[in-house]
Design a protein around this ligand. Structure first.
Ligand code: ZN
Length: 69
């Protein structure tokens, strides 16, 4: 039984190790899940915002072209 319990807790530890920051691959910190720090969280947010902004730009450009036709 002790051996089984040992295997189970080892497996649980490995599962936690899988949680890694998607930006820098450092271990995740609970306060900033799924990131490792406020810094990486901000990097991800900025990426997301700039992608969104780019899409919006393209869209409004098409709109302008249509309006001039
Ligand atoms: Zn990170």
């Amino acid at each position: 039984m002790d051996i089984l319990y040992g295997i189970c807790s080892k497996f649980a530890d490995e599962l936690e190790v899988v949680m890694k920051c998607p930006i820098c691959k450092s271990p995740t910190v609970d306060a900033f899940k799924p990131f490792c720090s406020r810094y990486c969280k901000n990097i991800d947010l900025n990426r997301w915002l700039s992608e969104r902004y780019t899409l919006k730009e393209e869209f409004s450009e098409k709109e302008i072209v249509q309006n001039f036709k």
